[in-house]
Ligand binder design. Structure first.
Ligand code: ATP
Length: 350
């Protein structure tokens, strides 16, 4: 539904060039909720703004629902009209709602329809339908200033849906909201995704958002996508940074000459007593350093960090046993963990 290939965006800023996107290839399938994560400055906003051509990419191609938007941009009047039409099929939701304070809720929702030249009567009916869909039928005549943050975002979503889009882009839609309101807005996006078959591309810096609503996710760093896939694929990828952040377990080895493993359980494997079997079969003592259960991508999943006596070379057979039981086993390298933690501290300090 959304494809970018070789997308770059270079800004000219005070005489120097800033590369915000450095060759981004993204594939968002029809009907999925796709989350793009990354630290501040990674290029997330530039990406989403290039997808609907709010920002003109420097090079590369953006296709939405089979239409090459980059080919239409800046190619005369006729193509401009086609681009406007294609863009009306892409809704956009903003972090700070971007509502007009002098217009009522209903008039805010009608605005894109006015621009599309829809008649007054049709606009009113459509706006009321949309307000009903987002649970705000009783606020049609209120002004944005009279609404809570969550209600304002619902109006923003209703407005984004006015042109009957197939795609909804969301730029940090929940980051100005409290946790409870965030949950209800995410639920609304999920319901719209399922009821209307809407494809949603959202950018966020919150792992919880990805956990709650996303089918797929990508991690951006310095203008590049460094990991992407369905949430289940990512969780099954050894060494995936997104998986580790989506589902963190911690705990350091209790001393030298120990093997630390992250064992991920899902489905049937979660109900088997594998740890006690492992201990009995190989006559080893196992310490549990950390454990967590969670629902990720709608599936229950568990992860446990365990420690076995002896170095990894001495534990190849027990590790093989765990893998034979269908468990995902990642060997935790303490030295790498220490480096990763130091990087996190350094990034946080910047
Ligand atoms: N209009 C602009 N002019 C010059 N540089 C820009 C412009 N917009 C973004 N940048 C730069 O491009 C890089 C990527 O910015 P972008 O806003 O896309 O990142 P982001 O991941 O969305 O960050 P945040 O989470 O803080 O919004 C940054 O270095 C930023 O300073």
């Amino acid at each position: 539904m959304i494809t970018t290939s070789g997308l770059t965006k270079v800004y000219q800023s005070r005489g120097r060039e800033v590369t915000a996107l450095d060759g981004v290839d993204l594939h968002v399938r029809e009907g999925e909720v796709f989350g793009v994560l990354g630290q501040s400055g990674a290029g997330k906003s530039s990406l989403i703004r290039c997808v609907n051509l709010l920002e003109r990419p420097t090079t590369g191609i953006v296709t939405v629902d089979g239409v090459d938007l980059t080919a239409l941009a800046g190619r005369g009047r006729r193509a401009g009209k086609e681009l406007r039409r294609a863009r009306s099929r892409i809704g956009m939701v903003f972090q700070h709602f971007n509502l007009l304070s002098s217009r009522t809720v209903q008039d805010n929702v009608e605005l894109p329809l006015e621009i599309l030249g829809v008649s007054g009567r049709e606009r009113r009916t459509r706006a009321l339908e949309l307000l009903d869909l987002v649970g705000l039928a009783d606020k049609a005549n209120a002004y944005p200033g009279q609404l809570s943050g969550g209600q304002k975002q619902r109006v923003g979503i209703a407005r984004a849906l006015a042109g009957n889009p197939k795609v909804l882009l969301s730029d940090e839609a929940t980051s100005a909201l409290d946790p409870e309101t965030t949950r209800s807005i995410l639920q609304l996006l999920r319901d719209l995704n399922q009821e209307l078959g809407l494809t949603v591309l959202l950018i966020t810096h919150e792992m919880d958002v990805v956990k709650t609503v996303c089918d797929s996710a990508a991690l951006m760093k310095k203008g590049r996508v460094v990991e992407s896939g369905t949430v289940s694929e990512l969780l099954a990828t050894p060494g995936s940074e997104l998986a580790a952040e989506l589902f963190p377990v911690s705990g350091l080895a209790s001393g030298p000459d120990r093997t630390v493993l992250d064992v991920t359980f899902r489905g049937e494997a979660a109900t088997q007593p594998v740890i006690s079997q492992l201990s009995r079969t190989y006559n080893i003592d196992i310490s549990i350093l950390g454990a967590a259960m969670d629902t990720v991508g709608g599936r229950q999943i568990g992860r446990m960090r365990i420690e076995l006596p002896g170095r990894y070379e001495e534990n190849v057979v027990p590790v093989g046993f765990l893998r034979e039981q269908g468990l995902q086993v990642d060997v935790v390298d303490d030295a790498a963990e220490v480096v990763a933690e130091a990087e996190l501290i350094k990034d946080g300090a910047q």
